[in-house]
Write a protein of this length. Sequence first.
Length: 221
Amino acid sequence: MKNKSKGITLIEVIAGTLIISVIFYTISSFTSNLAFKYKHGFVELENFRVAHRAISQLRRDFNMSCPYVTSGDGIEELKKFLATPLAISKGDGKFVGANRRIRITPQQITFFKFADTSFSMNPQPLVEEVEYDFASASGILTRSCNGNVVKFNGFKEVEFKSFVHLGNPRIPVLWARIVLDSEFYKGSGKLLELTVSIASNFVIDSINQSDWQYRTFHQIK
């Protein structure tokens, strides 16, 4: 009886090679996709942290915002500043009168804020000017205050507006919107957007508390 041994045919070799190739391609695609998501997920997390820091800083600044009033203005002008803390825009980025009120334009806000949280103990509280400016070309939001400059990167859009709430139409509120610049989110058709509404504690008190009678002038830090 003859011993018959069966060898591997060319078709079996080709089929085995194709199966191995498909397996390796699937593994490679999976690991590449996983690495892509991890990389962009890390970028998104960092961009979100930057946006959160920017909003937190803006909230701290604007909570302490106030009109800048000097003794040369007099009591009557002080009353006007307290009653209308926002500057009136002419629509071209310029403002009517003295620019010592809170100024809000779509991509820039400028205002004075109390430099010391214990300002009530000072007969002439120290104030300092703060500016937030967004450059759409570079996607950078810049905060400038008293010679210090901080840049927040990675934004596609930044928008500022002012509004009043129906519950108290006398209180002006700052509304800010930050959209993260991300190729990852563009691919999904969604952009991560953060919004915040902030009011000044000083402005709220000066308008709501009619018996406060604030008669204190300020000085630049």
